[in-house]
Design a binder for this molecule. Structure first.
Ligand code: URA
Length: 200
């Protein structure tokens, strides 16, 4: 059994937040464990909670299309979320839920060890680009400690809004080139105390 599978058994037992009482399934994430790219969304929705799998509703269908535009299938990348249980009534995740779930995401990142982390939406972006605005930094990348961090809009937001849809489609097309150039990209200048993942 892989270390990630072991981790998912632990996540399934987590009862730290109130939402754990209402979940049908915990949604830790899925994909290729040695993938170069880790996509991080926000939180499971209704469909994800039903199936225990990330991005399987309409936003997930769009994410699959975006991946296909760069000749990737979801099985070739890794897909996870900031929080692993569905917020009741599809509300935004609470700061306490994000804090409680950080340790799981941190361990996923350590185990997957991706070359590139793609944040989908502002909650995920806020963990890696604190204080930034998604409308300003989407489609831009930063290399820190040998990992490329890349911010994109959330597929659900882009699904019905034409301008965001064009932006997310264009941003997705930049991923292969960024990966190909990963080795030569210069590291961003960060403060020594700056962590790889930030407090929200
Ligand atoms: N939106 C997300 O952020 N994550 C999912 O898994 C599904 C929809």
């Amino acid at each position: 059994m892989s270390a990630l599978t072991e981790l998912y058994k632990e996540i399934a037992l987590c009862q730290q937040c109130e939402v754990a009482k209402f979940r049908n399934n915990v949604v830790p994430g899925e994909g290729a464990e040695g993938s170069d790219v880790l996509f991080i969304g926000e939180a499971p929705g209704w469909h994800e909670d039903q199936q225990g799998r990330p991005f399987v509703g309409p936003a997930g269908k769009f994410l699959d299309e975006l991946l296909a535009s760069i000749d990737l299938k979801r099985e070739q990348v890794y897909i996870a979320n900031v929080i692993k249980c569905r917020p009741t009534g599809n509300r935004d995740p609470l700061p306490v839920e994000i804090r409680n779930c950080r340790k799981w995401l941190q361990r996923q990142i350590e185990l997957i060890s991706p070359k590139m982390i793609v944040t989908l939406g502002r909650y995920s972006m806020a963990m890696f680009f604190p204080g930034k605005s998604i409308s300003k930094i989407h489609g831009t990348a930063q290399k820190r400690d040998n990992v490329i961090y890349y911010a994109m809009y959330h597929p659900a937001a882009a699904l019905h809004q034409q301008s965001l849809r064009q932006a997310i489609e264009t941003d997705m097309l930049k991923i292969p080139l960024l990966l190909a150039q990963a080795k030569n990209m210069t590291e961003a200048e960060t403060e020594p105390q700056q962590l790889k993942m930030f407090e929200v």
